[in-house]
Design a protein around this ligand. Sequence first.
Ligand SMILES: [Zn+2]
Length: 121
Amino acid sequence: MNDPGVALGVLLFVALLVGGFIWFLSWASQSLTKRIFCLACGSTAETRRVMPGSLLVEVVAWCCFLLPGLIYSLWRHSAAFSGCGKCHSRSIVPLDSPVAQAAYTREISQRISAPSPSFRP
Ligand SMILES: [Zn+2]
C-alpha cells in the first residue's frame, strides 16, 4: 500500500462510490414530492429538496481537493431537507392539516368579501 497510484485509485473508487450513493439519494427523494402548505409564505406548492451550501463551492472543492470535496458533498447532502418549492422554508405542513385548512378558508373568505377592482357602480 506504499504505492501512491494504488492509494489514489482506492480514493477515486471510494469517491465514485459515495458520489453514486449521493446521486441515488437525490434521485429517490425527488420522486417523493407532494403538495404542501407553507407557513412562511402562505403558498401551496410542491415540496422541493433544499440543500445548504453552494453547488459552485462543491464543484470547485471536488476539482481542486478531492477529500474536502467529498466531505463538503457529504455535509450538503446529509443536511438536505424537503422544503417549500417557492421560498425554500422548512415551515411546511400537509394540505389536509387543520392549520392549512384554516388558512385556506380564511383566504377564500377574504377573496369573497374583497371588492372587485373592475366593478364600478
Ligand atoms: Zn414558502
